[in-house]
Each structure stands twice: as C-alpha cells, then as structure tokens.
Design a protein around this ligand. Sequence first.
Ligand code: NAI
Ligand code: MG
Length: 357
Amino acid sequence: TKKTIAVLPGDGIGPEVTRAAIQVLENIARLHDHEFVFKEGLIGGSAIDEKGGPLPLETKEISAASDGILLGAVGGPKWDRLPGANRPEKGLLEIRKALDLYANLRPVKTYSALIESSPLKKEIVADVDFVIIRELTGGLYFGEPKKREEIDGETQAVDTLLYKESEIKRIAERAFQAARVREGKVVSVDKANVLESSRLWRETVDDVHDSYSDVELSHMLVDNAAMQLIAQPTSFDVIVTENTFGDILSDEASMLTGSLGLLPSASMGSTGVGLYEPVHGSAPDIAGENRANPLAAISSAAMMLKYGFGMEKEAEQIEAAIEKVLAEGYRTSDIAAKTDDAVTTTEMTDAVVKALE
Ligand code: NAI
Ligand code: MG
C-alpha cells in the first residue's frame, strides 16, 4: 500500500524524535511491502525563523494532501517573547483548526519493564491501560469573547466556555466507538454540578449512549476523576472529556507511566487525515544532544498505522518491538536508573528497528 506522510519535525528535540519514527516506519514499509512517501514541512519556531509565521501555507498544503501527519514538537525559549499570534504553539492550534482535528486520543499504558520507575506504588500502576479522548477544538480555549477590559478602574479578563451540542455529539460517538474495540466502558468527565456547558455535555453524552447501549457509561465529576486517576487507574477504559479538563487530566495521567518520553497521541477529525505526535514538548534542555527518548514518537507512528491506515498488524509489531527493547534493558536518560547506563536516541531507535525483525 502506498501512503503519503507529512512530516513536521518542529523545534528542539522534535527533529531528533521524528527522524527516529521515520526510520522505524521505513523498516516497517520494507518488511510489509508498503511504500511510504515522506513530505517534510516547517512548523513552529523553525517556521517563524524561515517563513515568518508558525504555519506556512506550504505546510498546510502538504498536510492536507497527506494520508497522515507525523509531528515532533514546537516551541522553545527563543520564541517565548513573541506576541500570541506569532508563537510556535499557534502553528499547532491552526493546523488542528484547519483539518478540523476535534478528537485527541491519548493512550496511557504501563510497560511492565518500567513499573518500578513509576512514582506510584507498583500494585496501583501495574496493568494500567486506558485512553483519554479529549475534545480539542471547543470550550474555554477557543470560546469568544476572550478579552481584557477596564471596569471601575480595575482590569478584568474574560474567557468563554462554549460548547455546541454537535461538538459534544461527535466526540461522544468517538468515545463509544473506541470503547467497542476495547473493554466497552466509557467514563464521561464533566463538572455538571456547577457548569451549564457540563450539563449540556452530560445530557448529550446520555443521548448518544442510546445508540451504544452495549457500552457501559458512567459520569464522573472532574475533581473526583483527578483523584481516581491516581487512586485506581486500572478501573478506567475510555475517558471522554472536554478540552480544558482533558488537557489537565491527560498530563496527570501521563505521570502514571513514569516518563513523558513514552506517551503517544493522535488527533483525528472529520477529514480522515490524522495528526500523530508525542505528548511531550520540544525539551530545549536536552535538544541536539542525542539524548531524547524516541519511543513516544515511534509509538505515535504506530498509532498512525493503526488508526489512520488500518494497519493493525504493523502497529502491533512496533508496539511489541518497544516492549522488547524495554524488557532487554534499553533506557534513554529519562527512564534510566543511572545516567551512566543510558543509551542515546539513535541507539534506542536502532534497537527498536532490530527488534522488528
Ligand atoms: P517538555 O515536554 O518539552 O519537557 C519537560 C521535561 O521532560 C524536560 O525536562 C525534558 O527534557 C523532558 N522530556 C520531554 N520529552 C522528552 C523525551 N522525549 N525524552 C527525554 N526527556 C524528555 O515540556 P516543557 O519543558 O514544559 O516545554 C518545552 C517547550 O515545549 C515549550 O516551548 C513548550 O511550549 C513546548 N511544548 C510543546 C508541545 C507540543 O509541541 N505539543 C507540548 C508541550 C510543550
Ligand atoms: Mg498540556
């Protein structure tokens, strides 16, 4: 099968980890007789430097014409003082909007070889395996008005938390569909005791559930969910929630596994072109040192194969290779017990490629 993949390396360790993911994808293609064509585009700070803006038109075109987008990370101290409209993060927000990527999937799974490095008790994190589905294009981050004003000689700031029924409906459907191919359990997280948008959220999720009665649905308030994620993370299968709550809960959940360097994500929408990226940022503190953990980016590439291209076997082969190298003791510095024992980004990547065979 032939697939065109847009590669947007971005900033900091972004280029290092996307290079690793490409290496793995090239080898998977070779082993299965697929043809993957990679088209590179600028995004974030590097795009600001070279083209004057965080999402050049050319990048948008390459992305929209692809079968899937592999992204590294954007941002860094060099661009922190730029105004909002010309910041690296704006590139990400814009590409999500442009491709209508409204559903963000973040699987949280503990690797048995790494359980001892979790900050939590072994018996709590063993066998954690759930996915957070976060609504990505609505809510507080995008609602208008968003402004500052002077009232009675004092500055006040306003953000708007707005959700339309249609936005809730489509994300709820994603969650129920995901649950069907998992363990069939959805927890919808809201704050329906105080927020009107959450009451609409809850009613709409209940309505959509009527068509998915084979899936078990429960509702949980976000503050309770924050506790349960730590207290009994194995109780979850699919968590669906709105933009802000999802942002916070997914970062919280990421700590269950021990390192940001392991966690993949997928953002999907109505067009069929998904965007796949590691959860971590551009890690300016280790950029250019060949120390970044490439597994989150490699695992994101596996999500692209599975969710974007329907290549489940190939995706599982990559996941199995990751488990194998971890079981064999390969550790980049973020997950190594002693920094002396750490392998480099390229050594880790080569080990994964070898484990594919
Ligand atoms: P970060 O995720 O870049 O780094 C946090 C810590 O984790 C650092 O100590 C870093 O060295 C470490 N780390 C992250 N990924 C790693 C990997 N693959 N291997 C080994 N260690 C890893 O978050 P931070 O420091 O808050 O943000 C740095 C920059 O990244 C900022 O400009 C921020 O805006 C941007 N960022 C971009 C994101 C994206 O592109 N989606 C997401 C989060 C942050
Ligand atoms: Mg975040």
